[in-house]
Design a protein around this ligand. Structure first.
Ligand SMILES: Nc1nc2c(c(CN[C@H]3C=C[C@H](O)[C@@H]3O)cn2[C@@H]2O[C@H](COP(=O)(O)O)[C@@H](O)[C@H]2O)c(=O)[nH]1
Length: 366
């Protein structure tokens, strides 16, 4: 077919569209839930316990009501940015670009930690504290121009930004620099150097923003082949939590306004599976259970890890459906359930009440 002959299939599609027979769905899907259900249906090392999920649904709903859990809870965290503007969009984008792999095998007093505002911050909060401290110190760590400037933004700069008050360095420092470099390049090439233009391109659709992040940024493309299945399983954890953080921070308005926000799923990290296991909602084969309890590393991209992540997503979806079945008026979605579960396991950790460890996989995806 010569270049100027149109593809007959395309012509047929166009004709159907013009005749109003073809509605090109405005509502894109991320495919995350579909992939999670597929893995759940084919998992042999991870399973769900329906009775525990039902029990968890009513307990979670009751506690969320009692704590008045809402998107506004996000801003109430001491370290999260308070201004509702472009600077906060840039902060959240930078934060979720680097929001991965903080766990340490060192004892608490020796693990990587950031000293900021008179406190020691570890885990996710060490990331937020380091970014806030860098901005206080005049380092433009949330500016995509800076990320591309190899003179002023390099490994030494990041070592300074993430300098620890212990002898342990932040894990995967080189990978974090690579994420900033790539994101700086893509934002320059496609989004006029600022993530607000990426949000504008999504046109108020959360699923579209997630898909744009996965399409344009390799470092957000958290998808993996499960046991040889041709179509990769999409987790897109940092892309999804980025949308969720925007929605929560801006309380569903302005840069956080998404008419399909309920399409966002739980974020497949290493903390929520831990609390779901603690509550008996998900359980493991004896060998996997032993591996996790012995704090042995689980290979990134392997079947065990994908089963853990996918079954956790599916578990939170079933909990969400159970809550909506019993409370049709509830303003609860997978994001708020997830945020609640994460904050709950962190409270348990702070109180020394963790009964089972989280799984250990070192990865840039979560
Ligand atoms: N599923 C899920 N994963 C989350 C979060 C958050 C923080 N979200 C804040 C925003 C609103 C909420 O109220 C939280 O205050 C971090 N993480 C992930 O956990 C890991 C860090 O664990 P640790 O090293 O122990 O701090 C790492 O993979 C990180 O990406 C969440 O909410 N959900």
């Amino acid at each position: 077919m010569s270049d100027d002959e149109a593809d007959p299939e395309l012509l047929a599609l166009l004709r159907q569209h013009l005749q109003g027979k073809l509605t090109i769905s405005e509502e894109p899907e991320t495919g995350v839930l579909e992939g999670a259900e597929y893995v759940y249906d084919n998992a042999i090392d991870v399973a769900l316990d329906m009775r525990s999920c039902k029990r968890a649904a009513s307990a979670i709903y009751a506690q969320m009501q009692q704590k008045q859990y809402s998107p506004a809870t996000w801003t109430s965290h001491e370290l999260h940015p308070k201004s509702k503007d472009e600077a906060t969009v840039a902060f959240i984008f930078t934060m979720d670009l680097l929001n991965f792999s903080f766990w340490s095998e060192k004892p608490d007093a020796e693990r990587f930690a950031i000293e900021y505002r008179g406190k020691r911050w570890t885990g996710y909060w060490s990331l937020v504290a380091a970014l806030q401290r860098a901005l206080d110190e005049g380092i433009p760590i949330t500016d995509s121009h800076f990320w591309q400037d190899e003179e002023s933004c390099n490994l030494d700069t990041l070592k300074q930004v993430f300098r620890s008050c212990t002898n342990e360095e932040i894990p995967l420092l080189e990978e974090r620099l690579a994420c900033l470099r790539e994101a700086g390049k893509v934002l320059y090439e496609r989004y006029r150097c600022h993530p607000v233009n990426l949000i504008a391109a999504a046109n108020g659709l959360a699923a579209r923003l997630v898909n744009l992040l996965a399409r344009d940024f390799r470092c957000f493309r958290d998808e993996h082949v499960f046991e040889g299945r041709r179509k990769p399983i999409r987790f897109l954890k940092r892309a999804q939590i980025l949308v969720a953080d925007l929605w929560a921070c801006f309380e569903g308005e302005s840069y956080g306004e998404f008419r399909d926000i309920d399409k966002i799923t739980m974020f497949a990290d290493y903390r929520v599976p831990q609390i779901l296991n603690t509550m008996g909602c998900i359980f493991y084969s004896p060998i996997l259970d032993l591996t996790i309890r012995d704090k042995k590393e689980i290979p990134a991209g392997g079947s065990w890890e994908l089963q853990l992540r996918a079954c956790s997503i599916w578990c939170v979806e079933l909990i969400r459906r159970e809550i909506m079945r019993n409370h049709p008026e509830a303003r609860v979605n997978a994001i708020l359930i997830d945020f609640f579960l994460y904050d709950t396991i962190k409270e348990m950790e702070a109180a020394g009440q963790e009964s089972v460890p989280h799984h250990r996989t070192r990865s840039i995806w979560y």
